[in-house]
Ligand binder design. Structure first.
Ligand SMILES: Nc1nc2c(ncn2[C@@H]2O[C@H](COP(=O)(O)OP(=O)(O)OP(=O)(O)O)[C@@H](O)[C@H]2O)c(=O)[nH]1
Ligand SMILES: [Mg+2]
Length: 252
């Protein structure tokens, strides 16, 4: 994934059929299934529309990764999308970037357009503009960085101010693989999440711990809301509590 990119060509793209930050047009369109509600988000004309894709899908949603600089947002996205870990020197994201991934959720193809935001304060006004279109937000802190955890409260204030009221929100404590450098206990993350009534899990972009699960949980919740199938009972909190893996066992 390209990092260190300027805002032009991504956030400021005006191409109507971009599927990746490279802006390549594919010409293919979404496959729609009977009984499934098509994408219900607002698409701003200056942003890549979610309805054009190189892959077929039934429903599509926008997910945003937010949190302090260095918590591992870009690495989490790369792990999810490419199954790899971006080791080496840290290259801070400039502005905002996105990647698409289509997941098969209970026989329905759910496309996630995942926006990777810059955690640095100087880009805050850019990311604010994207909150309102987001269907889900993954809010990250770094278990080896206490201030990233302390800042969660102000991130939540920002989310309440700029995001939709019914946005799906999940708190992730990333870098759970770093046992020696850990300064935030899992229980502290759990307590904070409980206080704000949001699902929580620890993740690791390095080991892959819970990465797939975090995005699957969000996709399941969004699909459930979108299809409104009364026969289908899905509770995000319960699903996460049941499925979440501890840092000790390093399963993805
Ligand atoms: N040990 C460990 N290191 C990680 C993990 N995730 C990210 N890192 C490292 O943390 C640093 C920052 O990761 P990024 O993904 O670039 O952080 P970011 O949140 O995107 O930062 P900004 O783009 O500035 O907002 C990099 O050096 C990564 O290698 C993880 O799960 N475990
Ligand atoms: Mg980044």
């Amino acid at each position: 994934m390209s990092r260190k990119k300027g805002l032009r060509g991504k956030a400021a793209s005006s191409s109507p059929s971009t599927d990746s930050p490279t802006g390549k047009s594919t010409g293919k369109t979404a496959r729609s299934s009977p009984g499934i509600v098509q994408m219900n988000g607002v698409v701003h004309p200056s942003r890549p529309p979610i309805s054009n894709s190189s892959e077929f899908y039934d429903i599509a949603f926008k997910v945003m990764l937010v949190g302090d600089s260095g918590v591992g947002k870009t690495c989490l996205l790369v792990r999810f999308k490419d199954g790899a870990f971006l080791a080496g020197s840290f290259i801070s994201t400039v502005g905002i970037d996105f990647r698409n991934k289509v997941m098969n959720i209970d026989g329905v193809k759910v496309k996630l357009q995942i926006w990777d935001t810059a955690g640095q304060e100087r880009f805050r006004s850019v990311t604010h503009a994207y909150y309102r279109d987001a269907h889900a937000l993954l809010l990250l802190y770094d278990v080896t960085n206490k201030s990233s955890f302390d800042n969660i409260q102000s991130w939540l204030t920002e989310i309440h101010e700029y995001a939709q009221q019914d946005v799906v929100l999940m708190l992730l404590g990333n870098k759970a693989d770093s046992a020696h450098d850990r300064v935030v206990k899992r229980e502290d993350g759990e307590r904070l999440a409980k206080e704000f009534g949001v699902p929580f899990m620890e993740t690791s972009a390095r080991s892959g711990l819970n990465v797939e699960l975090a995005f699957t949980a969000v996709a399941k919740e969004l699909k459930h809301r979108s299809t409104k199938d009364p026969s289908e009972k899905f509770k995000l909190q319960e699903y996460v509590s049941k499925e979440v893996k501890g840092a000790g066992c390093c399963r993805s």
